[in-house]
Design a protein around this ligand. Structure first.
Ligand code: C2E
Ligand code: MG
Ligand code: MG
Length: 598
């Protein structure tokens, strides 16, 4: 049954009104709750940009200033202006964006802008979306400072060296590009210095990598103070740095600037309480467009390599002649590669004579290049082979061929020890021992039939690596001689350290015998030095009977030189040994009975 209406209660229209009001309050608190659970500081504006609702985060205004509270009513833009105070451009951008949004424009708009909070810079991402039901918009403010900082750090790291904080190779190229573009307007040159620390690996080996890192930082400090604003000092790689001076007037001026960096290293550094001295090899180049950053770096790098090749600790300025030399070397390298493949190399052999017995007991294998234009001597191609690394396969061929020939002579009753020259690159190559072992095994030459010659500078260049290699070579039973003795770094320490069989007196001292008293004294002391370390002494470059008899009377053990025979192909050695025996005045015991041919 229907109940009758209570006519004494409120009218139906006022009840409806209260219901609607309740609904509005309910909706408002729903919106408010929704806003409040939103983490970013958020407000709602009406169609005139007036704030009509704000959330908890907004009221705390944490994103602007922890001390202040943002007004919860009024014009959004005015409040923004007052509290954030970012620049006018950002305000104009927000104003225009909001206008488009309220006019029914895009569904979403994001504007990122920086603002300051005390001393720190913060980044806010303002995200705006329309609220069509009320013809207004929701505006949220997300703090993106951490993300911005991370992005900035990443971009910094991608352009800087983490150890020294200097610009890295990427930034260097960019700076060089800018500097070259700038000179186009000023008519001046950009100067570049390529700096490579000398023997840096030794610091790492002796004091450890941490000390090596300290040294790099200390060097950076000394150099950084010499750079003017606009100059760039970059870490190129490992122990290599590059200085860029935009706007120098001449190469001489560039050289003067490089001299400053060079001199800055003259006082020793202190690492682990140990004084450490380090020098630098510097290559200088200057240029203007159309020179490219890469071209300028290559030119300075080539000049630096030249400084290294000429004994390090010096400055070399890039020049046309240097460039010509580089081209020549590159051409030679290409030709050498082809020559190696086509078998254009041969070995010539020069007898080594036992002075007391008056017989040839060994030969030195010396490489020759049968170039289509004529026979080429080692001095004209060994340097290119060394710098290109081709010396390694070339040297392996020499070892194989010399051992094969030595074994062949033995099979004909000719017992000659074959000497083979090893260059520094070969000695420090990890495969050196395996290469020698395989040459012996393949040829059947006993190890005592082989002697390897290394120069003093090879031994000193990378003393630790050389020590290991020479010890292992000696362990094979192969003899070791120090070649050109007396011309290199005179450290007597290695004479004791290595198992040496022979010291070869450089021919420059032999040439001066009987003419220059100093040379007589030097040869005499090398003879006794060899004896003291249990090695034999071999004199090189003996050309005259006077030198021969002087060496005999000094008690020198062996000799080699034009007097006894020039280097000849294997086929001609038999005849040469007969002539050699005549020169020595005795019939050589080693003269072959049969035909000792290749
Ligand atoms: P080296 O090992 O000191 O060889 C001795 C050089 O002196 C040879 O020059 C030889 O021909 C020359 N010579 C010998 N007796 C006399 C003499 O009485 N008077 C004069 N003026 N010179 C004499 P070569 O053959 O031109 O070799 C030069 C250098 O090239 C060698 O010096 C050696 O360091 C290097 N070399 C030669 N062959 C090879 C090789 O297969 N591998 C490597 N890595 N280097 C080699
Ligand atoms: Mg030699
Ligand atoms: Mg020599």
């Amino acid at each position: 049954m229907l109940r009758s209406r209570d006519r004494s209660g409120p009218s139906s229209s006022s009840r409806k009104r209260r219901g609607v009001q309740r609904q509005i309050r309910h909706n408002q608190s729903l919106v408010q709750n929704l806003l409040d659970v939103m983490e970013p500081s958020t407000c709602v504006v009406d169609n005139r940009g007036q704030i009509i609702a704000t959330n908890h985060a907004w009221r705390l205004a944490a994103y602007v200033d922890e001390s202040g509270h943002l007004p919860v009513a009024g014009s959004y833009l005015d409040i923004w202006q007052e509290s954030v105070g970012a620049d006018q451009n950002v305000r104009a951008q927000i104003s225009a964006g909001l206008e488009r949004l309220l006019a029914g424009g895009p569904d979403r708009l994001t504007i990122d802008y920086p603002c300051r909070s005390g001393d720190t810079e913060r980044w806010i991402s303002l995200q705006m979306a329309p609220l069509r039901e009320i013809s207004g918009a929701v505006l949220s403010h997300v703090d993106i400072s951490a993300a911005k900082l991370a992005a900035r750090t990443m971009s910094y790291q991608s352009l800087h060296d983490p150890l020294t904080d200097l610009p890295n190779r990427n930034l260097l190229k960019d700076r060089l590009r800018q500097a070259l573009a700038w000179t186009e307007r000023t008519g001046q040159s950009v100067a570049v210095a390529f700096l490579s620390l000398d023997h840096f690996a030794r610091v790492n080996e002796r004091l450890g990598h941490a000390a090596g890192d300290e040294l790099l930082k200390a060097v950076t400090q000394r150099w950084s103070v010499l750079m003017r604003s606009g100059d760039t000092l970059a870490r190129f790689a490992g122990d290599e740095f590059v200085a860029v001076w935009p706007g120098v007037g001449s190469v001489a001026e560039a050289e003067g600037l490089a001299q400053g960096l060079f001199a800055a290293l003259s006082a020793p550094f202190t690492l682990n309480d140990v004084p450490v001295s380090v020098s630098v090899s510097v290559g200088v180049a200057a240029g203007t467009p159309p020179q490219t950053p890469e071209g300028l770096l290559l030119a300075a790098d080539a000049a630096m390599s030249d400084a290294k090749n000429h004994g390090r600790a010096r400055i070399t300025v890039h020049s046309d002649e240097l460039q010509e030399g580089i081209h020549l070397r590159l051409r030679t390298e290409t030709e050498l590669r082809a020559a190696l493949l086509q078998g254009e190399f041969v070995l010539h052999y020069q007898p080594v004579v036992d002075l007391a017995r008056g017989v040839a007991t060994g030969v030195e294998a010396l490489i020759r290049w049968q170039h289509p234009d004529g026979l080429r001597m080692p001095d004209s191609f060994i340097p290119a082979a060394e710098s290109s690394g081709l010396i390694v396969p070339m040297g392996a061929w020499v070892l194989g061929e010399a051992c094969r020939q030595g074994a062949l002579w033995r099979s004909h009753g000719l017992d000659l020890q074959v000497a083979v020259n090893l260059s520094a690159r070969q000695v420090t190559h990890p495969d050196v021992v395996a290469t020698i072992r395989s040459a012996l095994r393949r040829s059947g030459l006993p190890p005592q039939g082989l002697l390897v010659e290394v120069t003093e500078s090879t031994v000193m260049e990378d003393a630790d690596a050389a020590a290991v290699a020479l010890r292992d070579i000696a362990a094979l039973g192969v003899a070791i001689a120090i070649d050109d003795f007396g011309t290199g770094y005179s450290s007597l320490v290695y004479l004791k350290r290595y198992a040496l069989q022979a010291l070869k007196v450089d021919r420059s001292f032999v040439a001066g015998m009987g003419v220059n008293a100093d040379d007589d004294a030097i040869v005499a002391s090398i003879v006794s030095l060899a004896r003291a370390v249990g090695a034999v002494c071999i004199a090189e470059g003996v050309e005259t009977p006077a030198q021969h008899s002087a060496l005999l009377s000094l008690g020198c053990d062996y000799a080699q030189g034009y007097l006894f025979g020039r280097p000849v192909p294997a086929l001609a050695l038999g005849q040469l040994l007969e002539e050699c025996a005549r020169t020595l005045g005795t019939a050589s015991e080693a003269t072959p009975t049969g035909d000792a041919r290749a």
